[in-house]
Design a protein around this ligand. Structure first.
Ligand code: ATP
Ligand code: MG
Length: 419
């Protein structure tokens, strides 16, 4: 894509009222635009990152279940059935439509999916089943101030599973745990599987926590064996011996919750009358579990972890483009013709390239913008490199650049990125 045509204008300064690193950088680099606290537009670059993040999530989720899409607008009745219309009244956007009916915007979808389950599940032969969606959630979060980490309108991937017995639930739950770990790893994050309060059905749920200063959670971590427990529920305190290995000391760390998996038992199936018949014909409530990942929170977390003093440093798998080609103008048109050729070559070879072809912008400004945007490969086409039929190429986080011949460029990129 040609930068001259892109809906983009980087900012030198972050807005004064922003404190979170992810918000400052993503706003300055024009990946996002803030409409109000906790409500953001994904501008073209942010949109591409979000697409990449969702593609990773989809690829892993498709191994576990099928994708569908549930509505954001819900009638009160499904929420009254579980009592959560009242319980969640501070978090859920609730209002009356013009006919005077109570409706709300979904902060989560257990009630709705259980209601749908009644039409799909009837017998033990219909189980287990799993279904997921990537969908917009609404939560009236109090004073959201953490940029993409806490939105009032945000995208969540939520997966729901349905089982006849706990053995089936346990087996599937472990598969999801591993799937989550690969998603976060591919997105460039190290997530700690953390025990957290579990509700009635199981002692613990599991949160996927990324160690980060910006984190709003406090986790007790044993660096010796990897045991982690959310401090909010824990009997242990910082400095105590690890309850798992008994040798390490628990350290308290700030962390961001990027995902959460939860055994629900029959908490939602019973009120929805979601039951199945066993081989003898007897009815039982279906056992359920839910599994969430916040897409924008994931992106915000990546920004919190992968940046330096000059800007963002995207991991390859979620970067908006693989390469950022910078045209450094000289006195005449010859460098532009040369850079256009390089752009064509890269594009034809399937290298996703943002081409900074802007006229009248200094090399210094282009370099600063490239550092701010954080695309993994920076490629410079200038009068100097043209003389040797080459471009200058470097990783966003590397100090030194290499001179690579145009004919070898795509092979160079493929090999270097594969390593
Ligand atoms: P938190 O404790 O951070 O408020 P939660 O426990 O309420 O989150 P869940 O209901 O478990 O969150 O939602 C599943 C996932 O959705 C979370 O792990 C997180 O990644 C994401 N998420 C939750 N709330 C938000 C939000 N306000 N903005 C962005 N992502 C969110
Ligand atoms: Mg949670």
């Amino acid at each position: 894509m040609r930068q001259s045509t892109l809906f983009l204008k980087t900012q030198r300064e972050a807005p004064k009222d922003e404190t979170a690193v992810n918000a400052k950088l993503l706003l300055r680099a024009n990946f996002i635009h803030k409409l109000m606290a906790g409500v953001y537009t994904m501008l073209p670059l942010g949109f591409r990152v979000r697409e990449k993040a969702m593609a990773i999530i989809r690829e892993e989720m498709d191994k576990l279940g099928a994708e569908m899409l549930m509505p954001a607008l819900h009638p009160r009745a499904v929420w009254d059935a579980t009592g959560r219309w009242d319980v969640l009244s501070k978090v859920m956007y609730q209002f009356k439509d013009h006919g005077g009916r109570d409706v709300g915007l979904g902060p989560t979808h257990e009630e709705v999916v259980a209601e749908i389950g009644r039409f799909v599940i009837g017998s033990y032969q219909d189980l287990p089943k799993a279904v997921y969606q990537i969908q917009t959630k609404f939560r009236d979060e109090e004073r959201p101030k953490s940029g993409l980490l806490r939105g009032r309108e945000f995208t969540m991937k939520d997966l729901y599973s349905f089982h006849a017995d706990t053995a089936s639930l346990e087996e599937f739950y472990e598969r999801v745990k591993n799937s989550y770990l690969s998603i976060f790893k591919r997105a460039g994050l190290t997530a700690l599987v953390t025990e957290a309060s579990g509700g009635d059905f199981s002692k613990y749920s599991h949160e996927f926590m990324v160690e980060a200063d910006a984190g709003e959670d406090f986790v007790l971590l044993c660096r010796r064996c990897g045991f982690a427990r959310n401090a909010e529920i824990a009997e242990e305190k910082q400095g105590n011996l690890c309850p798992k290995c008994g040798t390490g000391a628990l350290e308290g760390i700030a962390a961001i919750e990027v995902g959460n998996i939860f055994k629900l038992g029959t908490r939602f199936s019973e009120p929805a009358r979601l039951v199945f018949k066993d081989p003898t014909g007897a009815s039982h409530p279906v056992i359920m579990a839910s599994y969430g990942i916040g897409v924008e929170r994931l992106i915000g977390t990546i920004a919190e972890i992968h940046h330096d003093e000059r800007g963002l440093v995207w991991p390859d798998a979620v970067a908006p483009f693989s390469a950022h080609l910078l045209l450094v103008e000289a006195g005449d048109e010859s460098v532009r013709v040369f850079a256009d050729d390089v752009y064509r070559e890269l594009t034809e070879r399937g290298v996703e390239t943002l081409y900074d072809d802007r006229a009248g912008v200094s090399a210094g400004e282009k370099f600063a913008d490239a550092d701010l945007l954080g695309i993994p490969w920076r490629i410079v086409a200038s009068d100097r490199t043209r003389a040797s039929g080459a471009v200058e190429i470097k990783r966003r986080d590397a100090a030194l650049a290499a001179l690579v011949k145009i004919s070898e460029l795509s092979a160079f990129l493929k090999q270097a990125t594969a390593v």
